[in-house]
Design a protein around this ligand. Sequence first.
Ligand code: GLY
Length: 595
Amino acid sequence: MFRPLALFLACQMALPALAQQTSDTVAPEAGTAPTAFGTLSDAARTAMENRDAGRPVEAQDWMVVAANPLAVEAGADVLRDGGTAADAMIAVQAVLGLVEPQSSGLGGGAFLVWYDGESGELTTLDARETAPRRVTPQLFQTAEGEPLEFLDAVVGGRSVGTPGTPMLLEEAHRRWGKASWPGLFDDAIRLAEEGFEVSPRLAGLVADDPEGLSRFPATAAYFLPGGQPLRSGELLKNPDYAATLRKIAAEGADAFYGGSIAEDIVATVRSAEGNPGQLSLGDLADYRVVERPPVCAAYRGAQVCGMGPPSSGALTVGLILGTLEPYDLATLGPRDPESWRLIGDATRLAFADRGRYMADSDFVPVPVKGLLDPAYLSVRSELLRGDDALPEVSAGEPAYDHAQLRGQDESLELPSTSHISIVDADGNALSMTTTIENGFGSRLMTNGFLLNNELTDFSFRTHADGWPIANRVEPGKRPRSSMSPTIVLRDGKPVLVIGSPGGSTIIGYVAQALIAHLDWGMDVQQAVAMPHLVNSFGTYQIELGTTAEEMQQPLADLGYEVKAAEMTSGLHAISLGTTLLGGADPRREGIALGQ
Ligand code: GLY
């Protein structure tokens, strides 16, 4: 019963004429009962109240926002003790892997954007999972060459890519850490050994997936003890996870990429009954975090920066914003259907380019410069000059120094994942989106953590109409992502840190929140709580049970097919001005804490 209140208050400020929502319009999976986090600090409880009342959390020196209060408290402890944003992220991620295991963890991958307070430089690190060297482009096809059903591909060893998160933690600490490495795992180890209260969201998602979670004995024993799904508020211990963290704390990421943990991962993947995979010890030993050039797009005098390929996030967000730049969204405002026609069709155009051009740039040349070139963006902007929904959209022709024919993509990405935003007292800012892909990943568990199913972010088909698809499976390749960890710079200084989970809808969530903040003047809490309207592929999705539904008829009148759906983003944002303001998405369990 908390979320409708938050949305109501946010909308009262931002969308006065749309704020007719009643408290019976709650979407499933949204509410967060504070009683489920019995051991929280007063500050965390206040932060929850702020979130649910639609108010941002204010601080002077540092701020951390993530998807679970226990994880946020672990990060806050590190920042309070003088640790950097990179140190705090490690503590947050270690706890998230325990208390929000369905979304991210050691068995997954992540992208990290770092603004360095001292040098003013922006760095992006790619810790995306990697396809094993033994896979073939037909990995997700039947013997007849047809794509597998999505869940048949997800559940089991076939979908597991080489995890990147443990090496990212070590790399971030090596570059930017100040705190002692082993101590950063203390909170997670304590919670894993002494137990933590299962959150309502975790319990709800376990209850929704009895079939997947019962497929493999280790996973079933943990999530369905005695055959019963975990209950909200129940104390849960994970000694295997504690032992894994102890090893990583003592030996670094090498303890994960070699030795007994690596052997267990490989054995779990290769012996997965009914759907084994091909991950090898060599794949784990070869894994590397890759530094990539940041991708920045100009918007309203700011630079919106994020992760380039293999993520499509920053490029597609940049395409949406660049296409919208000539239009005066600030004057139109969020209540005018014209704003949503422009945003919806800009998003569809951007997704058409994404499907044609974006994939792992180590394997496929991606026209990053051409797509964000002002001349190209202005061609795309002109397509929005009409009055009604574009009847159809297709990829454009950005300047490109490669001649290649490409088929249109066929990748399915379902909502999952987690986002961490942190600013520290040294002026560093960190934006990291972290994932094991589908909720509970491949459903395979070993050493206390779940293994990802990230390889299903590849296109299951290799070709469309005879032309090769950029995001097809290839050995050693990283699947295209939609994760959009973002830092917005103005005059070279960070003004906003933001990102979200949500599969391919991440891009729409982040773009909308950026527009809400930069064009419509919403504070970060209003911007992340605002009801969603996203059109990536032709159907306008509007958020079920929110004031967004008031746009249903106006959008249909413009020619869109419109569908009200649950849209469970997990936007976590920090704005940097005279003070720090933190906003946590009321659709999940996250909070902002600062000092
Ligand atoms: N698996 C979600 C993403 O990478 O976009």
